[in-house]
Design a protein around this ligand. Sequence first.
Ligand code: G4F
Length: 339
Amino acid sequence: MSVKKALITGIAGQDGVYLAKYLIAQGYEVHGLVRWDSDVGAFDRLSRFGRLGVSLDDVTLHIGDVCDPHNTLDLFYHIRPDMIYNLAAVSHVAVSFKTPTAAFDVISTGTLNLLEAMRRLTPRARFYQASSSEMFGNAPAPQNEDTAMMPCSPYGIAKLSAYHLVRLYRAQYDVFAVNGILFNHESPLRAHDFVTQKIVQGVKAISAGRQDCIALGNLDARRDWGHARDYVRGMFMMMQSDVPDDFVLATGQMHSVRSFAEAAFACAGMTISWQGEGLDEVGIDDGGTVRVRVDEAFFRPQELHALCGDASKAQRMLGWQPSYDFQALVRDMMEGADV
Ligand code: G4F
């Protein structure tokens, strides 16, 4: 039997690297799409592979861009992938408010380009779309596949458009295309400007005496944080199902940014207590030093207050279960190398 080929867009990101590692272990020939960058070329952004022990000799990288339909057609023509995992995105929600057109191009038009290339050149391939819990916006928690979606960021709206494209192509062209509606998932490979990694790196720097305090935005925001390692396994499971469908992956546990900070400091042997309210709230250590303060600059134009997923459909139909709980996730991030 010939070796199956997987194409991962957004392979340089946290999920791309975990997924590449997982697929290589499953015997796949892994191809990855990497954008060219005028400052560092295309391949200098691949340091995450080494950190996860994945050799670049085990993946075939292609310079390109999902926003360019000629490029996507060319990729499908040359690779003839059996599986496509579309992880390419402007993945930072706050950044999507500053560059909404770029967010729409890569997330929405990019998905359309890939679906078109697939239906024309490899109609029997399988397509995974990285849909997001950000699509739910402020719909009441817990959210599942039937919850009404009310996104409140350019990122969330672009993701919702891509989600509907996947459903349309599934219904109209009978292609195998799934939406994985993933709640926040983190790891030691998380970029430093997402709140979990920002806290983890801040706590480590404070413990090492390199920093005094962490400035954060909305401490009351609540998220359902899981581990990226569990979630890429879930992506793969969705692609093995008999019938293409949409699935939520989540832990079902919700914590505030404030509790994430407490848990990270606790891992470093520090207890944080909170004083004040709103912009004046501070987190103070046992010695009375301010270790967390609030900075308005990190608030979102529109905040998504509470996400908590109900993954019972994925549990029932795919047999997926997360193996990391909140404490294990925080510990794994705290034990990871500094970034
Ligand atoms: O870590 P975040 O930036 O993640 P966010 O916005 O929830 O998005 C992540 O999860 C989505 C799934 O729901 C993905 F689709 C998306 O690609 C990404 O992976 O922020 C989490 C929360 C927000 O409410 C934010 O307002 O933390 C709050 N927050 C408070 N202080 C902060 C900060 N966020 C960041 N990035 N930096 C802060 O200083």
